[in-house]
Design a protein around this ligand. Structure first.
Ligand code: BGP
Length: 477
């Protein structure tokens, strides 16, 4: 018999609340960290503003107005045959300032309706609790995740939604791309992940590890609590997995790639094994870092290990020991160099389908628990033809190549893979640039970088292609 994807494989798509919902002040929602980011409408990097200012362009305030369009959008997901849909809950819809005693009913009601609509079409919701956003109040009044108090606020929020949606949502993830905080030199990542601008701190790296510790403890507490609320819950972590290849087979390059990969593995190691790995203690010792931990933390980490590892996969990078020694590297990553064997997207992301098979293999070998590819995709500028059609063959080419490699990981290498949810299944605001023109969707949304457009939804060519992929359970690529 021909080897195939498992029958229950979760094909679907992924978005995050702040990149699609809009309605930033509706339903008693409080402002969140993403509401004070500028857009990249003019090709500039996103900036963090000091409060919500009228004269700035805020893409997230309207986004693609999923808040009011979700019923029609989900109908289109159902037409593609989605088995699951990954989104996040906007924390500040549930706890507008973050520190309230009880959840906001209107916020819960919105997600009740959303999850009911998904269930009506037999689409499993896959929910991220924190996807690059948190209530702004927790930043202004408590200093964000630097403050250990955030653990309690997050656990209260998570317990409230897990309890409320215990019969509607089975698949959860705690923190989206938790390892992105290692990019602490870019304020955007630190701020959206944790409410802290690390570059303003006396010792940014040490502060980043303190934040990370608080989040890892919070994540473990939530995993434990979630299993008490419903033992059937599947609760995972989520890692941005960018494998780092050695630039050459020089032993120095090989060894440096192993060391550099610790940046990625640290987070999976704690989430899956329930303890910090030896290399991080050594690093803290070398750098003289003192991370504040309470005596009970070790036990908490041990008791709250995850059920699966969710990962985003977009690209690989290559690293070279000499480049690192010279103090340089692409995009600020020490020792990172251009891989001459792979192409790059318009935004410089290195396209490497085989890298996905590699990623799944190394993660599964290391952790031996189910994996879930919860993001993958191709950000590109789409052109609407005079007849209104969008022929996004480049996107089909990217996804086809990645699914082929993912299939090999499953049927040839035996990786236990739960599902696949390509990123931005409907066009949404780009996280890193704040633009609309960097699109990932199977469904086009009529809105431009300046915020103009009717918000009309149009299926692209990839919509029909992906529908056939799902119907054939990955056979027809
Ligand atoms: C991941 C994030 C997403 C998403 C995606 C694509 O890092 O989890 O939120 O946006 O990257 O990135 P971008 O939108 O910048 O192209």
């Amino acid at each position: 018999m021909k080897p195939k994807f498992p029958e229950k494989f979760l094909w679907g798509g992924a978005v995050a609340a702040h990149q699609v919902e809009g309605a930033w002040q509706e339903g008693k929602k409080g402002p969140s960290v993403v509401d004070v980011l500028t857009g990249g409408a003019h090709g500039t990097d996103r900036k963090i503003t000091d409060g919500v200012k009228e004269d700035c362009y805020y893409p997230n305030h309207e986004a693609v107005d999923f808040y009011h369009h979700y019923k029609d959008d989900i109908r289109l997901f159902a037409e593609m045959g989605f088995k699951c849909f990954r989104t996040s809950i906007a924390w500040s819809r549930i706890f507008p300032n973050g520190d309230e005693e009880s959840p906001c009913e209107e916020g819960l009601k919105f997600y009740d309706d959303l999850f009911d609509t998904l269930r009506f079409y037999n689409i499993e919701p896959v929910v991220t609790l924190s996807h690059f956003e948190m209530p702004l109040g927790l930043v202004k009044e408590y200093g964000g995740w630097k403050n250990r108090k955030l653990i309690d606020f997050f656990v209260r929020y998570a317990a409230a939604v897990m309890e409320h949606f215990k019969d509607k949502v089975k698949y959860w993830m705690t923190f989206n791309e938790i390892n992105n905080q290692k990019n602490y030199k870019y304020p955007l990542f630190g701020y959206t992940c944790s409410g802290v601008i690390f570059t303003d701190e006396k010792n940014p790296e040490e502060c980043m590890y303190q934040v990370v510790h608080h989040q890892l403890v919070a994540s473990a507490l939530v995993v434990k609590k979630g299993h008490e609320i419903n033992p059937g819950f599947q609760i995972g972590c989520m890692i941005a997995f960018v494998p780092l290849y050695p630039f050459s087979c020089r032993p120095e390059d090989m060894m440096y790639s192993v060391e550099a990969m610790h940046d990625r593995y640290l987070f999976g190691d704690v989430h899956v094994r329930g303890e910090y790995p030896s290399y991080i203690y050594k690093e803290w010792e070398r750098k003289g870092f003192r991370i504040q931990m309470e005596p009970e933390d070790a036990g908490i980490l041990k008791e709250g290990t995850v059920d699966y590892v969710g990962l985003s996969y977009y690209m690989t990078n290559a690293v070279e020991a000499d480049t690192k020694a010279a103090g340089s590297g692409l995009d600020g990553f020490p020792g990172s160099v251009q891989n001459p064997y792979v192409e790059r997207s318009d935004w410089g992301w290195q396209i490497d389908p085989i890298g996905l098979r590699y990623a799944l293999n190394v993660l599964y070998e290391r952790y031996q628990i189910p994996l879930f590819v919860v993001e993958n995709g191709f950000g590109a500028v789409d052109e609407v033809k005079p007849d209104g059609s969008i022929e996004d063959d480049y996107r089909i080419k990217y996804l086809r190549a990645h699914i082929k490699e993912m299939k090999k990981a499953v049927v040839h290498d035996g990786v236990d893979l739960m599902g696949y949810t390509p990123w931005g299944c409907i066009d949404c605001v780009s996280f890193t640039t704040g633009e609309m023109k960097k699109r990932y969707g199977f469904i086009y949304v009529d809105k431009d970088n300046e915020g103009n457009g009717t918000l009309k939804r149009t299926p692209k060519k990839s919509f029909y292609w992906y529908r056939d992929v799902i119907i054939s359970n990955g056979e027809q690529l």
